[in-house]
Design a protein around this ligand. Structure first.
Ligand SMILES: *Cc1c(COP(=O)(O)O)cnc(C)c1O
Length: 219
């Protein structure tokens, strides 16, 4: 079942769009099934869950951190992830930079934008993104490669559209700025219920969980 769903979505996605399989709460066996269906990037919300899954699937796929990363987990995270999609503060970026320096790695990251401007949510406010990115761009062991956003929780995907548009405008503006050591290549937005809208608004990376793996066991 999982295998077929992965194949179907991969076939549907436009050329050049990266599918991130959002795997929170899934067993390593379920992830393995998705990989057998052709999934190339797995997104994990927790460092510990990722470690368990990687032990089973090995290194034939790429791993993206898509959950909020605590600074005290940065050391472990830089060892296991190929990209961290959720950088939203200079403090976290510095921890990642420091941890990367120790192991000789340059970490590709996306900047998480709080496009709904909801105070309790993670992500940098859109107005503060440019200044944060300029600060991060000076860190040697990090490369900013784009933006990620969740948008406010909405039942109707149309309600997410303005937030995707806002994030795309910011993405384009940052691209024009040509900040050294910053590359605006990836725009990660859209989940199971909203990825079609996100693609219409310019996403080239989508994070899909339920539609690949089925309803979650627990959350
Ligand atoms: C769970 C999750 C997703 C996927 O959500 P679905 O609705 O199951 O597709 C995408 N992005 C992040 C950050 C998530 O935590």
């Amino acid at each position: 079942m999982i295998k077929e769903r992965v194949r179907k979505i991969l076939a549907e996605l436009p050329e050049g769009v990266i599918l991130v399989g959002a795997a929170k709460t899934r067993t390593p066996e379920e992830i393995l099934e998705a990989v057998e269906g052709g999934l190339e990037v797995v997104g994990e919300n927790y460092v510990q869950e990722a470690e368990k899954a990687i032990a089973v699937t090995g290194s034939r796929v790429k791993w993206h951190m898509i959950g909020h990363l605590q600074t005290n987990k940065a050391k472990k995270a830089v060892r296991i992830f190929d990209m961290i999609e959720t950088v939203d503060s200079i403090k976290l970026a510095r921890e990642i930079d420091k941890a990367c320096a120790k192991i000789g790695k340059k970490m590709p990251v996306l900047i998480e934008i709080n496009s709904g401007e909801e105070p309790q949510k993670s992500g940098v406010m859109p107005d503060e993104a440019t200044s944060l990115i300029k600060q991060i761009s000076t860190l040697e062991n990090i490369r900013v490669m784009g933006l990620m956003t969740m948008g406010p929780f909405a039942g109707d995907p149309e309600e997410a559209r303005p937030y995707f548009q806002k994030t795309k405008r910011l993405f384009d503006k940052l691209k024009e700025e040509n900040i050294p050591n910053v590359e605006m290549r990836y725009l990660s937005m859209g989940m199971s219920n909203s990825y079609s809208v996100a693609l219409e608004e310019g996403a080239n990376m989508v994070r899909i969980g339920t539609k690949l793996f089925g309803e979650r066991h627990y959350d």
